[in-house]
Design a protein around this ligand. Sequence first.
Ligand SMILES: C[S@@+](CC[C@H](N)C(=O)[O-])C[C@H]1O[C@@H](n2cnc3c(N)ncnc32)[C@H](O)[C@@H]1O
Length: 517
Amino acid sequence: MTEHRNNPGTGQGGERRNHKGRQRSRGQNRSGQPRQFSKAAPSQRRRSADPARLTAFRVLRAVSRDDAYANLVLPAEIRRAKLDKRDAGFATELTYGTLRAHGTYDQLLAQCVDRELSALDPSVLDALRLGAHQLLAMRVNTHAAVNETVGLVRDQIGAGPGGLVNAVLRRLSEKTFDEWITELTQGQSEEEAVALRHAHPAWVVRALKQALRLHGRGDDLADLLAADNAAPEIHLVGLPGMAEEAGQKHLAAAVEHGAVPSQLIDGAAVFRGGDVGRLDGVREGQLRVQDIGSQWIARALAEPAVQPAEKWLDLCAGPGGKASLLAALAAEFDVTLTANEPAPHRAELVRKALSPVAERAWNVRTGDGRTIGQDAPGPYDRIIVDAPCTGLGALRRRPESRWRRRPSDLAELTVLQEQLLDTAADVLAPEGFLAYVTCSPHPAETVAQVQDLLRRRPELELLDAHEVMADVALPQGAELINSRPAVTDPTAARCVQLWPHIHGTDAMFFALLQKTD
Ligand SMILES: C[S@@+](CC[C@H](N)C(=O)[O-])C[C@H]1O[C@@H](n2cnc3c(N)ncnc32)[C@H](O)[C@@H]1O
């Protein structure tokens, strides 16, 4: 919802609004006079929490205390509080915006608190972050942002912390977001400054910058970071190849409800009409929410001429996004898909996702992908390794994830990716296709993995993934995928790297290899 712009504190022209939509100017009252803070002592001011802010606060607490996922907790909290559409929108923007930018807000808040932030009660810190987002990135007027946040703290935490929150937010409101950033970034490296301004950890900025350069897009950093801070569109896929083309019928119904057919690939639409859950097809499972990048890659794997009775394998299938489209395509081609997932609850999600597709076309194995050779050795004609990864390509979907990930996660993940690729190469049939996919553009998880794999497994040949993706695309999609910048690294040149700011998809990576006979 919130687009965290370079100057997220004001709207165009510098006007500000309270959340009821009244226009206010920063630091001015309704008559245009410099605004005074309430002279009333905190104890005489607001003591209650308004439902939208309370909802956001509860989600923030669940995320920081229980490591919960905001996209799972927020809808339940909105239902619990019975928020109307406008308040639900406000709570969503407040929650996601605060979580995305919380690393930056912490650095600004640290300038306004007389002790280490770690010495604060965690719930007080969460409230301060909520206040910071309202003050610096939303168009809520200063008085409402401070007063309502203090009311929330008094209601949820106690009167004592209310005074502290009041004082800290007042200090924070003395400067705009841009003024704070200018002050704090003096003497910092360019990467640290960009990271602070765009609310990304510096190591993530370095990795994204490196990835952009590798794929010939070295000038795009600010655009990519801005895209990470914008809410993603909802993409739909109508599963093909089922009785009466149910998926396509439901897709057409979604279009009648305001979805726009994708210009990039067949069978996809962009939904901007609100609650996707009310579409019949989504309830019945034949219409699914899935990023167009994921759909595109799944279709590309099924593209090079499919032969009768082929065996396909999705080695890392949970929760079943790509597997459901692959299973539907498998049913259409009369071939079979084995979907593998080690986590039992995620394997169950895969079964559920695949259930609308004819059962003859698929089966689910619950187990470690690295042991598939022991009980389901194939060989397989097409394998997708959609490997566990840092997820740096899907930051816009999981607002809290950028601050949870650590550079040290990479070491463990890259070893697992390497082992899964080796297993896939072992069970791949001669002339079979292997798709390596990550929802991360990090070079260590993508191009470097493919380079190492080619060194270890000389029987594998790297195909040009752009050509295959262009083959399954609509004209606009083919043009987009073909209009790539010049790339010097020969491996990177044959791999597709999608980007949110260019393709409107997650930053998915896709390499396609074939086993030579
Ligand atoms: C990026 S997700 C896959 C997303 C999925 N393909 C989709 O489109 O919905 C990676 C999956 O790999 C699974 N995984 C983790 N360790 C694994 C292993 N050793 N073998 C196979 N899969 C593994 C995770 O549980 C997770 O479900």
